[in-house]
Design a protein around this ligand. Sequence first.
Ligand code: KG4
Ligand code: ZN
Length: 333
Amino acid sequence: MIVLGIETSCDETACAIVQDGRKLLCTVVASQMEEHANYGGVVPELASRRHVELLIPVIRQALAEANLTLKDITAIGVTNRPGLLGALLVGVTAAKALGQALGIPVIPVHHIEAHLYANFITHPEMEFPATALVVSGGHTDLFDIESHGVYRLLGRTRDDAAGEAFDKCARLMGLPYPGGPSIQEAAKLGDPKAIAFPRALMPGTHAFSFSGLKTAVKYALAKPDCPPVPDIAASFQAAVVDVLVRKTIAAAKECGRSTVVLAGGVAANASLKQAMEVACSRRGMRCYIPPPSLCTDNAAMIATTASFHYLHRPIPGLDFAVIPSEPLSSHAE
Ligand code: KG4
Ligand code: ZN
């Protein structure tokens, strides 16, 4: 079973090929980050146009790297939700055209489920049930996962997503887009205890909120005796990590789970990884986090998820829709 994955939901044009669900034969990611950096964030129309230009060369490169031809592909997986409408359409239209021409199934994949499944590429031994946190540019979602495809959303952000908070606060600090990696880099030279930024723990709920922290960063920067940017970056990062770790552990305890799964672009953060691993090992919990290249958007996670669906779920026809916004919900049995 050789599955080709396509991902175009935001500003990465990506294609990857996975064998038998887990074995990564190649992964190609063409990032548009530098172009969008000029505007301080993703420009949807620009993203769609670049996907049109980049997708076929990216697919060709993936096939060449895996030393395969289109005839070797068993099925195609493609992100069809959630994401930027125009951007998603490019990947989905290409996938449907290829599927039709080759006479093979095309499997629509939910981007958030794929972020979670990225863990299976490097941790094939991972098993559900688990408590899972997806932290990306658009999502901060905490789930209880009973088994494959059975998701219960415990809580999500009420305002900014964790990645969005990194991006917006980096901008306030004068650091380049994307903010996550810039803040992580600046924080290396700073003191995480320099400023005691607020932690919105919101006891009694599994919801998150990062807008108060953003305002606190803004005020700190406006003060005449403002500490250096590395101190602000380190203190901001410590506040976000603290909230994410504490709330995830609290949810795992409440649900009686001994496995914690982390996913999404912010899971690439070294400080978050370290803090979550320490917190889990103290409580005898297993902790799974993909390597940074599989945390940020990629198509390996799409191909792996599609492989699972190909084996275990009904395959839809080619008339499936492109959906800009849809929460991850359980699959119908
Ligand atoms: O999952 P992702 O690549 O795209 C979405 O689905 O949104 O996540 C992108 C987000 C951006 O907000 C970016 O700043 C953040 O992930 N990010 C990080 C790091 N690398 C990427 N945040 C914190 N630390 C990082 N090292
Ligand atoms: Zn993503």
